[in-house]
Design a protein around this ligand. Sequence first.
Ligand SMILES: NC(=O)c1ccc[n+]([C@@H]2O[C@H](COP(=O)([O-])OP(=O)(O)OC[C@H]3O[C@@H](n4cnc5c(N)ncnc54)[C@H](OP(=O)(O)O)[C@@H]3O)[C@@H](O)[C@H]2O)c1
Length: 254
Amino acid sequence: MKIAIVTGAASGIGLGIAKALLAQDYAVATMSRRSVDCYPEFLSLLQRHSGRMLYVQGDVSSAENREALLAEVLARWGRVDLLVNNAGVAPKERRDLLDMTEESFDYVVNINSKATFFFSQLVARQMLRQEISERFRGIIINIGSVSDALVSTNRGEYCISKAGIAMITQLLAARLSGEDIMVYGIRPGVIRTPMTAGVTEKYDQLVESGAFLQKRWGTPEDLGNAVLLLAGGLLGYSPGQVLTVDGGLSLPRL
Ligand SMILES: NC(=O)c1ccc[n+]([C@@H]2O[C@H](COP(=O)([O-])OP(=O)(O)OC[C@H]3O[C@@H](n4cnc5c(N)ncnc54)[C@H](OP(=O)(O)O)[C@@H]3O)[C@@H](O)[C@H]2O)c1
């Protein structure tokens, strides 16, 4: 059995990733800020797979909480084969760039990029202490976004945070590939999850207008499959590779 930490796996994309990993031979540990009772679907998964799942309530932007999650995983399973930095937030309110507050900037960047970097740093140190298993000491996958390149002036802090993740993936890949730790990124497009529930109409119209090459929203299952592809080790000679999962939304066209 392989051991995965997937942050924010109680809902949305993270839940899709957790399900995909559980269908393979993985144990999955996760952390979200709210009580597990807020997540009925995740809770029933947890009850069904209690021997292979771990839920720790906490905030990934807290160093103490990140350390607590890793400590629980090590106490239970003794190693980490896969880290998926998935937990992320949109701004609480979409505001024009000229009205963005420092508070909102700090909130989004601290969770989306700063926590991604420092959790990777913490877990990479652990992976370096591990023996190689099936070619690698471990694999780290960062969930970025097509918003690292596509501009939305009403949620600039989100775009900045995801552009940061793109560089974090490259930096970690440059530092860790030679140590048998693979680092990859995934850039989702528009995925149907609680995060996008408030902007359904806007994205429905985009889908209808043909802005996506494939006329549908992305699903958490699409992202679960992408993680399985990268975690499976078949891209073992492609450090820092970033997979775009967006139905063609960001493909340049004339
Ligand atoms: N949906 C999309 O269209 C889309 C597109 C591109 C990229 N993404 C990225 O994909 C990732 C997942 O998004 P999603 O759409 O699945 O969102 P979601 O449905 O809102 O799920 C996010 C999960 O992360 C957890 N989380 C958020 N902040 C956290 C924190 N500080 N500490 C611990 N857990 C935290 C949430 O739980 P709590 O609220 O209980 O903490 C929740 O379980 C994010 O990084 C997002 O930016 C999403």
